[in-house]
Design a protein around this ligand. Structure first.
Ligand SMILES: NC(=O)c1ccc[n+]([C@@H]2O[C@H](COP(=O)([O-])OP(=O)(O)OC[C@H]3O[C@@H](n4cnc5c(N)ncnc54)[C@H](O)[C@@H]3O)[C@@H](O)[C@H]2O)c1
Length: 332
């Protein structure tokens, strides 16, 4: 059992991570600007605090004295703030927490990055250099959110080099997070339900159909904390479901909606994920336990779901995502 601080613990991913870590027997302190109902469970404390205040954050962590820190707090939605703000806020929060972690003697720190660092959806076109995409794939951020996440990965690498003698640190790239209530019909981060995303594959195509159950993310965070010493310090890991959030065969869906990936898509099986979490499995033994197929059951079946209307005769089929407007309304 460890004492763990989760920053952003009131958020979409944070709520499940806080609950999951508590279920694994840890003592958890959520630090967030807000508190949420449903986390008033034994072993969980919620502290309202602005992490942008670095000296106050250092003092707070000094008083909590956590062994582990999970840093999730950020502006988490691409295009929800100007690029410069996104960059300044997300890197500023990470520095504030890193410095506080070092000062309070925490043993480990895990930082949330994002698959968007890969650069899919770029206005000038994008093609993967290999499929499935793993941690060796080149990064090519094209917006302030993705750039801030790549900067966080570099911050993690820097801290591993500079402070590796006393801090285990790493980053993970969680795929599009789906929280338990969202399987039950609540809107996901971009405002659509999971069934709507399945019914309109273009909604998920922009992010290459990636997704992750929030409870599986919590299990990953737990495993990483338990085995941080087995992970090369400063390492970045993809963390995603073992299939893709699309009903049709993945190579066909990519060929239709992400033309730049069409040629390499033939290497994928019909339900494969486009992003590989094999490295997380290899290092930590972590595997996601849930998928849209396991969580939606019959509701996920095309007949039971609100299936998309067939295009009227003469109408063009669903287009590939081509316009910037499309990309900007959907979370990469
Ligand atoms: N949700 C996803 O699909 C997804 C995918 C990839 C990466 N991520 C990353 O995972 C992390 C969590 O994402 P999320 O979806 O839960 O986001 P979220 O917006 O739901 O949660 C972020 C939380 O951080 C808190 N926060 C922001 N600024 C703060 C500050 N100055 N002080 C204290 N708290 C502050 C917010 O109040 C919020 O509760 C983020 O770093 C995000 O970039 C999320």
């Amino acid at each position: 059992m460890s004492r763990i601080v989760v920053t952003g613990g009131a958020g979409r991913l944070g709520r499940s991570v806080v609950r999951g870590l508590a279920e694994h027997g840890h003592e958890v302190v959520s630090i967030d600007r807000g508190r949420v109902p449903g986390l008033e469970v034994e072993q969980v404390e919620q502290v309202e605090h602005d992490l942008a205040d670095a000296p106050a954050t250092a003092a707070l962590l000094q008083s909590i004295r956590p062994q582990r820190i999970v840093h999730l707090a950020a502006i988490a939605v691409p295009f929800s703030a100007p690029d410069a703000t996104m960059m300044a806020v997300n890197t500023g929060l990470a520095f504030s927490v890193l410095e506080a972690a070092l000062a309070c003697g925490a043993e480990s720190m895990l930082v949330a990055s994002s698959p968007t660092v890969i650069g899919y959806g770029a206005p000038g076109g994008w093609s993967p250099t290999s499929l499935p995409i793993d941690e060796r794939h080149p990064t090519a951020p094209w917006n302030g959110y993705a750039l801030s996440k790549l900067a966080l990965e570099q911050l993690v690498a820097m801290a591993a080099r500079a402070h590796g003698d006393r801090l285990r640190i790493g980053a993970f790239r969680p795929c599009y997070v789906i929280a338990p209530e969202e399987w039950a019909g609540a809107p996901t981060q971009q405002g659509h339900t999971v069934l709507e995303r399945l019914a309109s594959p273009a909604l998920s195509a922009v992010a290459l159909f990636n997704y992750l159950d929030a409870r599986d993310a919590a299990d990953f965070v737990h495993e990483w904390g338990e085995r941080a010493s087995q992970v090369p310090n400063g390492e970045v890991l993809f963390v995603g479901a073992e299939d893709s959030l699309v009903r049709e065969p993945v190579p066909e869906a990519l060929a239709r909606l992400v033309p730049g990936a069409a040629a390499r898509a033939l290497r994928l099986g019909p339900t494969d994920p486009v992003f590989s979490s094999a490295r997380a499995r290899e290092l930590l033994g972590w595997r996601p336990r849930r998928s849209w197929r396991s969580e939606l059951g019959e509701a996920g079946h095309p007949v039971a779901a609100a299936a998309p209307a067939a295009p009227a005769p003469g109408r063009a089929p669903e287009p590939a995502l081509a316009s910037t407007a499309d990309r900007e309304t959907h979370r990469p």
